[in-house]
Design a protein. Structure first.
Length: 296
């Protein structure tokens, strides 16, 4: 958005240029160079500039009061309530603009100290506020110097911190090297001191003697002599087979005989025999059974 739209007649271009340069030197933006970009029309450029202006300055002269373009632009500025007229010649403004107070720049010498120019700049500042460029001007020398002095401690502190950090690293490296090269003192081991235990605690902590258990009883079988080898069985006596009796051939069905099972009596007799050979004494009942069943 442009701060000031400058309306003037082309025959007053030099006077309009001087006014525009003065306003720009203060810090406001001025739309005054009426060049039409290629591909656009004068009407579209003018309407865009009128929509984006903050105020309008119209230069009344003998040429501008006769210009329809200037009259139309001033009418638009008055309708929007943004019109500030300036008299660059002692003329009578067109009808409809005579009641609006105008700044007097007749016989202006081009300086800022001119009375009419000082009043115009004050009126523009009341209407638009301080120019943006003026607010961004450099600070006074005293304020700039103060800012530098305030920033100096931070810079010095940063340098000092870096120096202290480097010195600390060097000291740590030197200490490590010294400890690595210096002979280590022999380690002194303090003798172990046994604390005296009260007699009551000694009696309480003394382990009881191991209980005496009677020796295991030895069975008479384990103390007996090793078993004697069993007697070898007598060789079988060869007997002549009985003569076969011839009988008429008859169809006899084979009968399956059940397999012989070992007698439990013979197994018990063998066990009792082994016990007697080992010298073990048998009970009366067992001895009676042995005499009856095993000695037949």
């Amino acid at each position: 958005m442009t701060d000031i739209f400058l309306s003037y007649n082309e025959k007053d271009r030099e006077q309009a240029r001087r006014v525009a340069l003065m306003l720009e030197s203060v810090g406001w933006t001025v739309w005054w160079d009426r060049r039409i970009p290629a591909g656009e029309t004068w009407r579209s450029v003018l309407e865009d500039a009128l929509e984006n202006m903050r105020c309008m300055i119209v230069l009344w002269s003998s040429h501008s009061i006769e210009s329809e373009w200037v009259y139309e632009e001033a009418t638009e500025g008055r309708r929007l309530g943004k019109l500030i007229p300036i008299m660059i010649e002692a003329v009578r403004p067109p009808a409809g603009f005579r009641e609006i107070q105008a700044a007097d720049l007749t016989n202006w010498d081009g300086s800022r100290e001119f009375e009419g120019m000082r009043m115009l700049l004050a009126d523009l500042e009341n209407f638009l506020g301080k120019p943006a460029a003026k607010a961004l001007e450099a600070k006074p020398v005293e304020e700039t110097r103060k800012t530098k002095e305030e920033a100096a401690p931070a810079w010095w502190q940063g340098r000092a911190f870096a120096s202290l950090a480097v010195a600390g690293v060097v000291l740590l490296a030197g200490g490590a090297a010294y400890l690595g090269l210096s002979p280590k003192p022999p380690a002194v081991v303090a003798p172990e001191v046994k604390k005296a235990v009260p007699p009551v605690l000694q009696e309480a902590t003394r382990k009881p003697p191991p209980a005496e258990y009677p020796p295991p009883a030895t069975s008479p079988v384990a103390e007996a002599q090793p078993p004697k080898p069993a007697p070898k069985p007598a060789p079988p006596v060869a007997t002549e087979p009985a003569p076969a009796i011839k009988r008429p051939a008859t169809a006899v069905k084979p009968v399956s005989q059940p397999a012989e099972r070992p007698s439990p009596t013979s197994a018990r007799c063998a066990d009792l025999l082994a016990r007697t050979q080992l010298g073990e004494s048998l009970s009366e009942k067992t001895q009676s059974y042995y005499d009856k069943e095993c000695r037949q």
